[in-house]
Design a protein around this ligand. Sequence first.
Ligand code: M6R
Length: 608
Amino acid sequence: MCGIVGILSHQPVAKRLVEGLKRLEYRGYDSAGIAVINDNQLKRCRAQGKIVNLDDCLAHDHIDGTIGIAHTRWATHGLPTEENAHPHMTETVAIVHNGIIENHTALRDELSAKGIHCTSQTDSEVIAQWLTVFEKESDSYVEAIFKTLAKLEGAYALGIMFRDDPTHLYGTRKGSPLAIGQGSNGEMFLGSDALALAGLAENLTYLEEGDLAVLTKDHIEIFDKNQKQTQRPSQHYAGGFEQVSKGPYRHFMLKEIYEQPDVVRQTLNAYLSEDKKSIVFPELSFDPKTVSKITIVACGTSYYAGLVAKHWLEKVARISVEVDIASEFRYRQPPLSKDGVSLFISQSGETADTMAAHAYAKAEGQQTIGIINVPNSSLARAVNVPLMTYAGPEIGVASTKAFSTQLCVLAALSIYLAHQKGMITDADLEAYCQDLSTLPNLIEKTLSLSDSCKDVAEELAKTRDILYLGRGTSYAIALEGALKLKEISYIHAEGYAAGEMKHGPIALIDETVPIIVIAPHDELFEKLVSNIEEAAARKGQVVFISDEVGQKGYHSQAMARVTVPETSLFTAPFIYTIPVQMLAYYTAVHKGTDVDQPRNLAKSVTVE
Ligand code: M6R
């Protein structure tokens, strides 16, 4: 949530700061701002709403300089107004902040007692005010920053500039990520993630918890949390501008839906052997033969990927699995056996609750696996075994291609563990691998259903409530479909286990409620059809998603039928995900919502 860019250069920086913000807009988009040092003064420009709203103010005020910081905000404290937008400033200090300062009220009261009053309602402004206090009382800017950090409780990534020190840019982090980028010709950058620095930085250095970086145009000095000078590894960064363009697509979400055949292929290639007969994993930090229980923890769509995996791991590998929402898990503090295995799934690798849940599991002595899309993210660096997905940058707030690639790794892990534990033979393993390797083509075929999904979506867009039903792995896909629809179309949707209908939700059914049925022709098909017929008998408007054989097996009324290609039971979740993504996408388009940046949301949820 929120994005930070900072540039220290020998050329004007305002234009590139705004371009960097535009690449980060997916992280938060309710207000934005930049500050620079110019003619020995701090100058600032802020605007409510999208980053494009900064253009007017920049054109009008001619704000530019060779050092600057910028921010795109997802409001936590205070309304999304210009007054609350970052950078926050005093006469001599400007800061941008990601994270939450939990003791901001106490810090504000302390400032008031000194006669210093904040002008915004944010938790962040106190940081600028305390830096100003300590700047006067310290021998160096580094000392002033460490004195300020000592007062802060909570999480932060900070970009800091001092009016009277225009040759240095400062960056520090605790609980929120921050990277330093080094350019090719004497320039330094700060970014809350690598994307902010795409096309700018040649090398990236990720700060560790509590680090403070002091940047000049050609030098990085880092102090650790104990204020000792330290070194952090730097790596080449190949990210270019093209990584984050929509190409010919109207929305990032649509582009990302259509990228699924490719990214699924890339992710499978990373874990299937060259002859597609077995699974190749990096060395695990535990003995796969002895695993009897896995705890899976994640949020949102990543959590639903975990629910699908529960079926695979329990059925195929006979490993008992508990799947938990990270925000519940971290405070419930369940007992975990020492040397047991916990698995964390996260597209961004920065989700605050997932990170905290991971820290708890680690402290309990668990071996931790991470299924993560963003290389070098906090989670990727924290787990014992990072298993990367290769979805590439996912910009649309609604997760699509990341989910499919998470399923790839989870499927590979399930059959790998099943084989290691002797639950499946070599021949079975080969058959599963072959099955997985057909997925890119099958997904490609399924994408050709877009026209029928568009038509159904036109009807869905007129409704107020929609139910998604499924059983087994399709229950997880029903939950995912409902989440996708509500987050981008703002239509109320619920995913339910079809067998639970009679226990309450059937009371909701009438002729105004569409029921999207995820119905692979599996061993639960007949049971599912009975559940749906009961709903259809109460005038529910059924959208029946199944393959040709399944369509023939459902005889009652349907408002629409979406016929997907035939799949195995094992790979069905991949295929049935595609129509639910497209239904959500086209419904949102019919409703005219902001598909890529839906209201109130941000791509990566780095606060609790
Ligand atoms: O980056 P993560 O996978 O940890 O994010 C978890 C959720 O915030 C995320 O999946 C969210 O639910 C998506 N917006 C769903 O489309």
